[in-house]
Design a protein around this ligand. Structure first.
Ligand SMILES: Nc1ncnc2c1ncn2[C@@H]1O[C@H](COP(=O)(O)OP(=O)(O)OP(=O)(O)O)[C@@H](O)[C@H]1O
Length: 299
């Protein structure tokens, strides 16, 4: 578990992380979402002990901040996959890391196997594609078999197969009761991977919410039905709110299409239209609109 309390980081007169408080629980994938420059990487660097906070604290599995980088056995991290020694082979790169962290050499072959790089283990890491580099970075993160894992934008630049592989890996790591924090600026990506969301903007916490609840809160569904009078009270009872449309339709907020279908079934009402109106990406953009640093202007 990661516990962050009042965490603050300033660079000159700029506050990159502003009094952040949240916990990251084990056994689930926590998505760390925010627009560019929101402070995700800076927060992750502070969790790892690579940046010193101006205020606040980070504890990992109950241990306080010690002021030096966290050992690989405690926390594994993929921060910048390109930041590796390109002259070394993949295997040597991992062997060096293992040696300096007191990790047995045979673990190197285990993690190479785990990330699917065993056939290119003796190739220079500098010749690797982005996806292979990403896998090597993940192998390094897993080297110490840590209970806590941080991944900063792990799917950036990957092809669909690589993205699917990373999603499955995150889920399986959480399934082993590890604490998994993964950052992204894409809601659509997190919707497919995360169980829980921490959303930040301009260094501040905007939402700390389960993915199911976010989907419910964020969704708008256009509904048409024969017998709307009977359906409306059921929808309100189920937690939805209703806005009457002009043409006999209505917009339901706070319920997923499936829940509306179930309410219609219970009311014995025939639905003639059920159309989700707002994507999750849109809901996320609405949530973070005031925190985006650079807006494109329409000419
Ligand atoms: N070493 C630094 N010196 C000065 N400013 C910094 C430094 N590191 C980060 N910042 C600033 O702090 C803010 C937060 O940056 P950070 O990289 O943590 O955001 P992020 O959410 O990870 O964004 P992105 O998705 O673009 O990587 C930004 O305004 C950035 O310019």
């Amino acid at each position: 578990m990661i516990r962050i309390d009042g965490l603050t980081k300033r660079f000159g007169d700029r506050t990159a992380v502003d009094d952040l408080t949240f916990t990251v629980e084990p056994g689930r994938v926590t998505g760390f979402l925010g627009p560019n420059g929101a402070g995700k990487s800076t927060t992750m660097r502070m969790i790892l002990g690579l940046d010193k906070p101006n205020a606040g604290s980070v504890t990992i599995n109950g241990h306080g901040y010690v002021g030096t980088a966290r050992p690989m056995r405690e926390v594994g991290a993929l921060l910048d996959a390109r930041a590796l020694h390109s002259g070394r082979t993949a295997r040597n790169h991992l062997l060096c890391l293992a040696q300096t962290n007191g990790i047995p050499g045979k673990r190197v072959d285990e993690v190479l196997d785990l990330v699917g790089l065993e056939s290119v283990a003796r190739k220079r890491a500098g010749s690797f594609s982005l996806g292979m580099g990403q896998r090597l970075g993940i192998a390094a993160a897993l080297l110490g078999d840590p209970k806590v894992l941080l991944f900063d934008e792990p799917v950036n630049g990957l092809d669909p197969e690589g993205i699917k592989w990373i999603r499955e890996l995150m889920r399986s790591l959480a399934g082993e009761d590890r604490t998994v924090l993964v950052s992204s600026h894409l809601m659509s990506e997190m919707a497919q991977t995360a169980d829980h969301l921490i959303v930040i903007g301009r260094g501040k916490l905007i939402a700390d919410i389960g993915i199911g609840e976010f989907v419910r809160q964020g969704s708008n569904v256009l509904v048409r039905a024969d017998g709307q009078d009977r359906l409306a009270p059921r929808l309100i009872e189920a937690g939805g709110s209703i806005q009457q449309g002009t043409d006999g339709s209505f917009i339901v907020t706070g319920l997923e299409a499936r829940q509306i279908g179930e309410a219609a079934l219970a009311a014995g009402v025939v639905l003639t239209e059920l159309t989700p109106q707002r994507s999750l990406e849109q809901a996320y953009m609405d949530l973070t609109r005031d925190s985006v640093e650079f807006h494109a202007s329409v000419a």
